[in-house]
Design a protein around this ligand. Structure first.
Ligand SMILES: [Ca+2]
Ligand SMILES: [Ca+2]
Ligand SMILES: [Ca+2]
Ligand SMILES: [Zn+2]
Length: 243
């Protein structure tokens, strides 16, 4: 592919946001060694902005040709719109890593957790940011491998969206339905989770149940929107970095 790494802002993969964890290592100057295209970090040994775990998961499973130790470009593209779109060269989310865990529901492994690199990176970075807390980021449906219609969702079609569980007061890694267990909802911790997402991700909007009240800064609050159908999860949409 002719696209250069510089052209897609490889080093700015996570919008330059502080990852909140891990050290920043300087790549070796000169001499033989892996190609580097940006700062090497504890979670990204070749500095291409794609985490080691994502590269291993996608490369070793034959999903996308990514390798650690080589400077790769993020090949993923969100096509069309979230309600009528598809996903090209989407990346599969590693099912668990620092600070987060993917839950399948009734879907099979690696069927329901595909997205563009920025969405996968958003989940990972939010997990790293909260790794020192007792809040586990629990992510559910994203998109199908090639996107498209993903019942029962209306959207989730082009790799820009993911569903998350609300944070429970007991911190159990199980679903919380606000209609059934409203007392188990932790608004402070859920606000902390949303803030971590705003810190790490280029968020378009987040849909929550109308009963959810979290304390966020004004610029963030306006992008957290009450919406029917979100009693047992909230929904994140990021902006398409390559519209
Ligand atoms: Ca990498
Ligand atoms: Ca790589
Ligand atoms: Ca997966
Ligand atoms: Zn959703």
């Amino acid at each position: 592919m002719g696209l250069t790494l510089a052209a897609i802002g490889c080093g700015d993969f996570l919008n330059g946001a502080d990852d909140g964890g891990g050290s920043t290592l300087e790549p070796d100057a000169g001499g033989p060694g892996p190609a580097v295209c940006g700062p090497v970090r504890a979670w990204d040994s070749d500095g291409d902005g794609l985490s080691d775990r994502v590269e291993d998961n996608n490369g070793s499973n034959g999903y996308v040709d990514l390798r650690t130790g080589r400077c790769d470009e993020d090949p993923s593209m969100a096509e069309g719109s979230p309600n009528a779109g598809s996903l090209t060269f989407g990346l599969n989310l590693p099912d668990r890593n620092t600070g987060y865990e993917h839950f399948y529901g009734t879907d099979s492994i690696d069927s329901d957790d595909w997205g563009i690199g920025a969405l996968v990176g958003c989940v990972e970075a939010t997990g790293r940011r909260l790794a020192s807390t007792d809040i586990l980021v629990q992510v559910g449906d994203m998109s199908l491998r090639r996107g498209g219609t993903f019942p029962p969702h209306v959207a989730h079609q082009n790799g820009l969206e993911a569903d998350f569980r609300y944070v429970r007061t007991d911190r159990a890694a199980i679903p919380l339905d606000l209609r059934i267990e409203p007392e188990a909802f932790d608004p402070e911790a859920t606000g902390q989770l949303l803030d971590a997402m705003f810190d790490e991700c280029d968020i378009d909007f987040i849909l929550v149940d109308e009963s959810v009240e979290v304390d966020l800064s004004p610029g963030r609050q306006t992008r957290v929107v009450p919406s029917d159908g979100h009693a047992n999860h909230f929904h994140l949409r990021i902006r398409n970095p390559r519209p």
